[in-house]
Write a new protein. Structure first.
Length: 191
């Protein structure tokens, strides 16, 4: 990776923007605020662009969305994890899995993992594959865009959702670079 600073070589804009757009789309909302940290902590080659980013976006519904992008670890690759009280959905570029939460009337101490405190124990092999027919994500996106044009319908992600995702990216960058909580500014992007 060359030593180029700016949005085009930024993990937040280049990679996390897709997940941020996904969360905005699922929630039909934009975040109220974001906090984050990042840095040039691994690749000590003179670059200015962060080699790791860690962002938490807060939505008015109470949902928190965490985005992490690392250039120092490839474990699990690209994934989206949606975690809730009914279960977890894990989506990668080829597969999706649902891991249901076991509901109990009352939690007892043996149900709780002592290391993480309040997390009930989870078993990897209890996931259920979600069968979704799709192509490689970039190809699928282009075909969906083509279909929208041919059928004269609005695409799922359009200029408005793109602008909102871009504003969220800038919020994340500002939070990291200025070490502050950045709030959504409705005057900045009233869409």
């Amino acid at each position: 990776m060359e030593n180029v600073s700016g949005v085009f070589r930024c993990l937040t804009a280049e990679l996390c923007s897709h997940q941020i757009d996904f969360v905005n789309w699922v929630l039909h909302a934009t975040p109220n605020q974001v906090v984050g940290v990042g840095g040039v902590d691994y690749w000590k080659d003179g670059r200015e662009t962060y080699d790791n980013v860690h962002l938490i976006y807060s939505y008015s519904s109470g949902i928190k969305a965490k985005f992490t992008c690392l250039t120092s670890n490839a474990k699990d690759g690209y994934q989206i994890k949606v975690m809730g009280d009914k279960g977890t959905i894990i989506i990668d570029t080829k597969n999706a899995w649902f891991y249901p939460e076991v509901k109990k009337e009352y939690k007892v101490m043996s149900d709780v993992d002592g290391v993480s405190g309040a997390t009930a124990q989870w078993h990897k092999e209890k996931g259920v594959k979600i069968d979704v027919e799709h192509l490689e994500p970039s190809k699928q996106a282009l075909l969906d865009f083509k279909t929208s044009i041919l059928e004269n319908k609005m695409p799922e992600s359009d200029v408005v959702t793109g602008a909102k995702a871009a504003a969220c990216v800038q919020m994340g960058l500002d939070a990291m670079y200025n070490n502050e909580i950045v709030k959504w500014n409705s005057n900045f992007l009233d869409l």
